[in-house]
Design a protein around this ligand. Structure first.
Ligand SMILES: [Zn+2]
Length: 214
C-alpha cells in the first residue's frame, strides 16, 4: 500500500499512525470558534468573519483527515482548504479594506498562486515549507501597510506574521529533530498555526472596522 510519509511521527501506513499530528488539528476548531464569536460583533463584516471562521474549521478537518489516513486523496483535502482560506482572506482584505479594484485583486491572487506553485517545486528546501513563504511575505507586508495606514488591525497582523515565522520553523525542523525526539515538531506547526490564523482574521476584522468608522 502506498501512503504519504512526510512526517517524523509516522512510522507505518494506516489509520491513526500519527495520533499527535492528527489530534493537534483540534486547535484549528478552537481558533474557528474564537473567530466565529468575534465575528458576531464585527458589524458589516460579520458574514465575512464567519466565512473565514468556517474556512479555518475546514483547514482543521482537511488536515485531520490527511494525518489520519496519509493517502494522496487526503493530501488534496489538506492542501485545498489552506489555499482557499488564503485566497478568500486576501480577496476580502484587498477589496474590503484597501479598496482595490476587481482586476487588481484578481491579478494579485494569480501572482500569489504562481509564487506558491513555483515554491512547491522545491520540496527539499525547509522540509517542504517554502510554499508558505509567499503567504508569510504578504502577511508581513499587510501588517506593515496597516501600521502605516493607522488602522487598528496592524498589531494582530504583524503578530500573526511573527508567530507564522515560529510555526514555519517547527514545520521545517520536524524530520531534523526526529532522531532525538520521536514525535517530531509537526504538531507544533498545527498548534501555533491555529493561533496565526485566528490572529490574522482578528486583525482583518479590526482593520475593516476602523476603516469604516473613519
Ligand atoms: Zn500537518
Amino acid at each position: 500500500m502506498s501512503y504519504v510519509d512526510l512526517y517524523c511521527e509516522r512510522l507505518a501506513p494506516g489509520l491513526m499512525a500519527e495520533p499527535v499530528n492528527t489530534l493537534s488539528n483540534l486547535a484549528f476548531f478552537a481558533a474557528a470558534w474564537l473567530v466565529w464569536r468575534r465575528a458576531a460583533s464585527a458589524g458589516a463584516w460579520r458574514a465575512r468573519g464567519r466565512l473565514l471562521a468556517a474556512l479555518i474549521a475546514l483547514i482543521g478537518a482537511g488536515s485531520f483527515t490527511f494525518h489520519a489516513f496519509a493517502t494522496t486523496w487526503a493530501e488534496a483535502l489538506d492542501e485545498f482548504p489552506i489555499l482557499l482560506f488564503q485566497l478568500v482572506f486576501l480577496g476580502l482584505y484587498f477589496r474590503g479594506v484597501t479598496g482595490w479594484g476587481r482586476a487588481a485583486v484578481a491579478g494579485f491572487l494569480a501572482a500569489f498562486v504562481a509564487a506558491g506553485v513555483g515554491a512547491a517545486g522545491f520540496p527539499a528546501v525547509l522540509n517542504g515549507s517554502l510554499v508558505y513563504l509567499p503567504a508569510l511575505a504578504v502577511l508581513s507586508a499587510i501588517g506593515a501597510g496597516e501600521a502605516v495606514a493607522r488602522r487598528d488591525g496592524w498589531p494582530c497582523l504583524l503578530g500573526a506574521a511573527g508567530t507564522f515565522v515560529v510555526s514555519v520553523g517547527f514545520r521545517s525542523a520536524d524530520l531534523a529533530v526526529c532522531p532525538r525526539f520521536a514525535l517530531g515538531t509537526h504538531f507544533l506547526w498545527h498548534l501555533i498555526n491555529a493561533m496565526v490564523l485566528a490572529l490574522a482574521v482578528l486583525g482583518l476584522l479590526l482593520s475593516a472596522r476602523s476603516g469604516e468608522t473613519r
